[in-house]
Design a protein around this ligand. Structure first.
Ligand code: AMP
Ligand code: MG
Length: 340
């Protein structure tokens, strides 16, 4: 039903003004971020925020991140503390979300009834421009149906949220980071806690804070709908095709892959048993060099390409290690492969 798909807008000044006006009227807009595309609404308008949950099919127990154009606006939505300024200085604009005590203006729906709010200043300049033009903070989760692979270009949003209340998507190109923000609970500045690994490495946060960040123990893969930290469900970011993870898929493993199954490698192989498989889209890779930022940037789009390829089963390599963006990549792959 192409007619029910939202329209994709180029980022002209006239279109930005039009989309900002739509946000001020309580409408939804698909927005580009450096992480993944967001589904934005006026964070101070509960009805507009309610429409986000409906369009995504997202449970209202899962709180939303509030986005600001500048760190100077932080005190209007959250209560800050001494640990905030150095982190904001080092990582904003960028993919770090801070959880802090909320101000009264933030609707309950955004925080799922909690006394805290998650806030960040996004790195994508068009997102910040839209916030500025709208003149209010914007609440935005990823712009995909709840639980499905996150969107990293405007077409993913247009196709994924067709038939919902979303009528407009701002095209800001492909997402440069490609995984969601790192979420840090700073409610107690003496005990910073990692809630979700993401686009900023935890070691970099620890260097700025000069103290260790508490991390969740093992990846939380227990299947539950009462998520330990909201949004940390075992199954998420998932393709519809069953996905199996492997520490390594070498030439020998690829040679015995059944003809109706496809594989996603971490880096370009030096040798493929059948080079036609790459041309046919049966074997894809996430990077030329194995660099974590390149893998993260391509992860969701390549997973989506395989998911829509009509394969019976998907296989993906999962990276080892705990540095840089590797924990975020591992987290997304593990949740994508989990079955509730
Ligand atoms: P996203 O789906 O990328 O919009 O992520 C939003 C996530 O931020 C939620 O799923 C939670 O994990 C986290 N979050 C948002 N608000 C809070 C909060 N007040 N306390 C703890 N985590 C939060
Ligand atoms: Mg999401």
């Amino acid at each position: 039903m192409p007619s029910s798909r939202p329209r994709v807008f180029r980022p002209t000044p006239a279109n930005l003004a039009r989309l900002a006006a739509l946000l001020r009227r309580g409408g939804l807009v698909g927005v580009p971020a450096e992480t993944v595309y967001g589904l934005a609404a006026d964070a101070l308008n509960p009805a507009a925020c309610a429409a986000i949950f409906t369009a995504k099919g997202r449970p209202t127990t899962d709180p939303l991140i509030v986005h600001l154009a500048t760190a100077r606006d932080l005190p209007t939505v959250a209560v800050t503390n001494a640990a905030v300024a150095p982190l904001a200085q080092a990582f904003w604009p960028g993919p770090l979300t801070l959880v802090l005590p909320k101000q009264a203006c933030i609707p309950e729906l955004i925080t799922a009834g909690r006394p805290t709010v998650a806030v960040r200043v996004p790195g994508h300049p068009l997102f910040r421009k839209l916030i500025r033009l709208a003149g209010r903070p914007l609440a935005a989760p990823s712009a995909n149906p709840f639980g499905y692979i996150s969107p990293t270009c405007a077409a993913h949003v247009r196709d994924g949220l067709a038939g919902t209340a979303l009528r407009a998507v701002l095209d800001g190109g492909d997402c440069a980071v490609g995984v969601e923000s790192t979420i840090l609970d700073l409610t107690d500045p003496a005990r910073p806690r990692l809630l979700r690994p993401g686009g900023i490495a935890v070691e970099a946060i620890e260097r700025v804070l000069g103290r260790p960040v508490l991390r969740p123990k093992a990846p939380r893969l227990a299947v539950t709908t009462a998520a330990p930290a909201p949004g940390m469900l075992a199954q998420h970011y998932s393709p519809r095709t069953p996905l199996r993870l492997h520490p390594r898929l070498d030439a020998a493993a690829l040679a015995v892959l059944p003809a109706d199954e496809a594989a996603l490698l971490l880096r370009k192989p030096t040798r493929l048993p059948c080079p036609a498989d790459a041309r046919a889209g049966r074997i894809l890779w996430l990077s030329e060099t194995g660099a974590d930022n390149e893998i993260a940037r391509h992860l969701f789009a390549r997973l989506r390409a395989l998911d829509t390829g009509g394969w019976r089963r998907l296989h993906a390599e999962i990276p080892a290690g705990s540095e840089g963006l590797i924990p975020a990549i591992r987290d997304r792959l593990q949740r994508a492969a989990a079955r509730a």
